[in-house]
Design a protein around this ligand. Structure first.
Ligand code: AMP
Ligand code: MG
Length: 318
């Protein structure tokens, strides 16, 4: 059997890496163009780092009834669904808390070190404070609430981009990874899409690293190891515990989850970091496969997540 020749395009988007892979290389340019279109639509609708995005304009003008675009409506609906499914562990009203923790611009521009912050520990406003009607796309936000779709928008973009690319290419399959938020569509390569489980989405693909393969759906990783910074000697990171408004201080530093869509995988990976110990049971109950890494680097595999294949045998001497 000959291995499938893949077409791969690498780029940067939404403040991170973008990788598009197709099983029919001649379709690569068309696939990439379809992906770019979706990514730029998500950026314009849901970026919190662009002052001119639809979301930034809405965040700046609370207590007004607005009809949001179909794209932003989809992103908000996905975020609220995540909040519901995770009982508020994933909550789009973390916006103010994320900003006050120091993550106030595209991560590349966040100062790695800085003076102490005024401690601001308070429960975030909570997703139930948002009034949103998905059918009419009507949104109303109270004063003091900033929506952050950082945990949802990238994953939604991957799902939509993979679907859009799969439509324009002539058969075959496509994988889209936005900073490690992966969605696949169409016919996978023989043996499935092989994905390396890394804590850092920009880690190089290397032999000997743990890989798993997926045929459909998506996979997402949330980690406190990469997007982190210090203020007054205190290490802070980008995943907020909605109960305290502070960066999570739980047992897991990285969570990777596979699910039916990248959005669902992403809801679960962020939720797992926030939930801490309770994540294992929550993931199991939902039948999700996950790989959790604790602060010491110990790996816990949940559900159908396979043990790493060990290709090396160590024959015993009789
Ligand atoms: P992820 O990398 O998918 O776990 O998403 C993390 C991003 O989502 C952060 O960079 C914040 O923008 C945002 N975020 C942080 N904490 C939460 C939370 N508890 N619920 C929802 N979004 C969050
Ligand atoms: Mg994510």
């Amino acid at each position: 059997m000959t291995a499938t020749v893949l077409g791969i395009a690498d780029d940067r988007a939404l403040g991170g890496t973008l990788r598009v892979i197709v099983t029919r290389p001649r379709s690569l340019a068309d696939a990439k163009a379809a992906v770019d279109e979706v990514v730029s639509a998500i950026d314009g609708a849901a970026s919190r780092f662009r002052e001119d995005s639809e979301l930034s304009r809405i965040n700046a003008t609370p207590e007004r009834q607005v009809t949001v675009s179909p794209m932003l409506a989809q992103a908000i609906a996905a975020a609220l669904r995540g909040a519901d499914l995770s009982d508020g562990a994933v909550d789009p009203t973390v916006g103010t808390a994320v900003r006050l923790a120091g993550y106030d611009s595209d991560f590349a521009s966040v100062l790695k070190e800085g003076g102490p912050l005024r401690v601001h520990a308070e429960r975030i406003p909570g997703w139930r404070a948002i009034r949103f009607n998905a059918a009419t796309r009507q949104l109303w936000m109270p004063r003091g609430v900033e929506i952050d779709l950082g945990a949802t928008a990238k994953a939604l973009a991957s799902d939509l981009a993979a679907a859009a690319a799969s439509k324009v290419i002539e058969g075959g399959g496509v994988l889209v990874s936005l900073g490690g938020d992966i969605a696949v569509a169409g016919d996978p390569p023989a043996g499935g899409w092989s994905v390396q489980a890394s804590e850092d989405s920009s880690a190089p693909i290397e032999d000997g690293e743990e890989t798993v393969s997926i045929d459909a759906g998506g996979m997402a990783t949330s980690s406190t190891t990469v997007r982190r910074w210090t203020r007054g000697g205190v290490v802070l990171h980008h995943i907020i515990d909605p109960a305290t408004g502070q960066p999570v201080a739980g047992p897991w530093r990285t969570a990777t989850v596979a699910a039916g869509t990248c959005v669902d995988a992403n809801i679960a990976s962020t939720a797992a970091i926030v939930m801490g110990e309770g994540a294992v049971e929550w993931l199991k109950t939902r039948g999700l496969a996950a790989r959790l890494v604790d602060r010491e680097g110990q790996v816990t595999r949940v559900g159908a997540w396979p043990e790493p294949a060990s290709s090396k045998l160590a024959p015993n001497v009789l």
